[in-house]
Design a protein around this ligand. Structure first.
Ligand SMILES: Cc1cc2nc3c(=O)[nH]c(=O)nc-3n(C[C@H](O)[C@H](O)[C@H](O)COP(=O)(O)OP(=O)(O)OC[C@H]3O[C@@H](n4cnc5c(N)ncnc54)[C@H](O)[C@@H]3O)c2cc1C
Length: 348
């Protein structure tokens, strides 16, 4: 009989982030299809009661918590100790955890300590005939593999954005506290503050409906023989602001900063989409001034509806990689779209 543990940490304000609800959805679905299984939840944070209450109507039968100021911030030693203690207290055989940046660096170590196994980047968990199988993508999202394991505990890091979030309602949850005896050595690292970009400077928005991708064409010489980088910057930022889209880029464009050419200052390698970049998940994607080459379009694997604007009717997007290709000048199209969005004040 499997005991399925949803292992999560709270945010610094005590709330639960969306990836936790996604992991909970995956675990609850697995629990439903696995006769005789138990579903329990383990939470780590300064105080976890509010978080447990927020999902109290989930099908979980028990809640475990590790709390205290030592568990407010991400820190490998204390997070690993807390996760290990909860897994043991719950006698978990399957651990379903959101692969947040905080958890992703802790889970493999926890599996090692427990003598278990871990699989990362899990995008699906199913049970058939009493056997659990997980799926994940290989070779930069080109091939999907399904695998099973006999070893327990089996820890699964669920890729954020790959599941629907559970909408289990709030209530009152009884949380069983698990005591973790920390050594001084495990508290050597202290968080003294958080530096992050201002909200309006944050261009990567995983929850956005639309991914807006910019390519090298924005910085190339245009019909008048000149480059128009300041105008490109204004158009792109104007579009992002009004459409509340997430910003992606082709490798060529982000690489230009390293080559000392005129670049768009708000782009970094974190924006790069593709084989050597990210594979974000959004309902829609709009590529502008990109060629649509294979290593770039690999990053579009999980974009549901793809559109592209390029001057070149023979570009890669035209060869079946985009659902809709506009053979047009992106400067003119985005200027017009921005004008229409401003008039409607409507996000896409
Ligand atoms: C091993 C390997 C890994 C790689 N990994 C990645 C990766 O992870 N991500 C990635 O992006 N690339 C990757 N690449 C590079 C990739 O193959 C392409 O070279 C790159 O994505 C092309 O970028 P681009 O489309 O921005 O530029 P270009 O190929 O220069 O295309 C610019 C486009 O802009 C259009 N254009 C110009 N002006 C306008 C205008 N006014 N309006 C509309 N369109 C206009 C042009 O017609 C052209 O199609 C990789 C390559 C290799 C070999």
């Amino acid at each position: 009989m499997e005991t399925i543990l949803v292992l999560a940490h709270t945010e610094n304000d005590g709330s639960l982030a969306k990836p936790v609800r996604e992991a909970l959805h995956a675990a609850a679905t697995l629990h439903k299809s696995l006769a005789g299984s138990k579903l329990v939840i383990g939470l780590v944070g300064e105080n976890v009661q509010a978080a447990a209450n927020a999902i109290a109507a989930s099908p979980a039968t028990k809640y475990f918590g590790v709390i205290g100021a030592d568990f407010t911030h991400a820190r490998y030693a204390t997070d690993a100790a807390a996760a290990e203690a909860i897994c043991k207290a719950a006698q978990a055989t399957i651990v379903v955890a959101p692969a947040t940046s905080r958890w992703a660096r802790v889970l493999p170590g926890v599996a090692q300590r427990l003598g278990g196994r871990v699989d990362t980047h899990v995008t699906g968990v199913v049970a058939a005939d009493g056997k659990i199988s997980v799926s994940r993508w290989y070779y930069r999202q080109r091939m999907e593999g399904a695998l099973t394991r006999a070893q327990r505990p089996w820890i699964l890091g669920i890729d954020p954005g790959s599941q629907t979030a559970c909408d289990c309602n709030a209530g009152t949850a009884a949380v069983e506290m698990v005591v973790v005896n920390l050594t001084d050595a495990s508290k050597r690292t202290t968080v003294i503050g958080i530096r992050e970009p201002k909200a309006d400077a944050q261009t990567i928005r995983p929850d956005a409906q639309l991914l807006f991708v910019t390519g090298a064409g924005w910085t190339k010489k245009q019909a008048d023989g000149q480059t128009h980088v300041p105008e490109a910057e204004k158009l792109i930022l104007g579009f992002l602001k009004q459409a509340r889209a997430s910003l992606g880029s082709s490798k060529s464009l982000v690489d230009q900063s390293g080559e000392g050419q005129a670049v768009l200052p708000f782009l970094s390698h974190l924006n790069q989409v593709g084989q050597t970049g990210a594979t974000p998940r959004h309902a829609k994607g709009l590529s502008t001034c990109c060629h649509g080459e294979e290593p770039h379009t690999v990053g579009w694997r999980f974009i549901a509806e793809r559109r592209a604007i390029s001057l070149d009717p023979n570009c890669g997007w035209a060869r079946g990689k985009a659902d809709v290709l506009y053979v047009a000048d992106a400067f003119a199209v985005i200027a017009k779209v921005n004008e229409l969005l401003a008039a409607q004040n409507q996000p896409l």
